[in-house]
Design a protein around this ligand. Sequence first.
Ligand code: SF4
Ligand code: MG
Length: 334
Amino acid sequence: ERNMLEVRNLSVHFGEESAPFKAVDRISYHVEAGEVVGLVGESGSGKSVSSLALMGLIDFPGRVRADALRFDGQDLLRMPEKQRRTLIGSEVSMIFQDPMTSLNPCYTVEYQITEALRAHGGGSRRALRSRVIELLEQVGIPDPESRLRAYPHQLSGGMSQRVMIAMAIACKPRLLIADEPTTALDVTIQAQIMDLLLSLQRSEGLGLVLITHDLALVAEAADRILVMYAGQLVESGPAAEIFRHPRHPYTQALLRALPEFSRGAERLVSLPGVVPGRYDRPQGCLLSPRCPYATDACRLREPELAGPQDRQVKCHTPLDDAGQPVRAAQEIPA
Ligand code: SF4
Ligand code: MG
């Protein structure tokens, strides 16, 4: 089966050409039709930037490069801007973390969803209105007719996110990219929004890319998981395998920070320090200052992303089934 989305060696650079900040550094992945892919990492790992690049939303001075960025076999980077916009606009939708900043406060719910519909065809006023009502029903907004004239500030966070989702699916996309879709919401509402996204994903057969810092969120939902660190892909594989046997120390740390592993302590990652920024990128493996298994070799030489296409790890000494680094015999001190 052909991949719906294929991303090959995508990079997003900022700053001087000679010493760029690599917000995204040569990442490759694919999404099949109807598949749920979790894109996981701490903030600053490049997960949002990589998706914005895909949508054509990186403004100057950011520089987007890729060997290929294909949707349905068509190369987004090598088609006229107008064609790209049309293709992306009709086939790919994105929803963001904070619905309050994405909805326009000056317009009613009906107006905003109608605009989304008009961008892809339109119809008579009456047809548009009934489609808006249908969409609001589909995203679980009770008594939709009474909400048509509501302004965003009159809606709760959860309701606003439902409206955003209605706008995102208005053009019947085949791929939905959801960037931290529940992070700004209360815990109980988070679960409802996730349920909604996943039921839409199933009923519409959508490809879904779930961008999150929360590995727990994609544990059950995702078919495959991509783990990013400091702009790079460090591990990828089927969700069940990643959970059972993380091979990369960073993935292991993300897993160990989950409540059921860390006994209630709410930590994002069980490692000291933070993702390196623009001016403090270490030499060698980018995780080396934080990695409990780092050796001198790690601090000198950057590991390659290696392994079969469906199970890749970027580490000199990937972890074994017991969660310990696999050392080459000569590296084990006598
Ligand atoms: Fe840790 Fe070394 Fe692997 Fe990097 S290469 S993740 S520092 S063990
Ligand atoms: Mg982000």
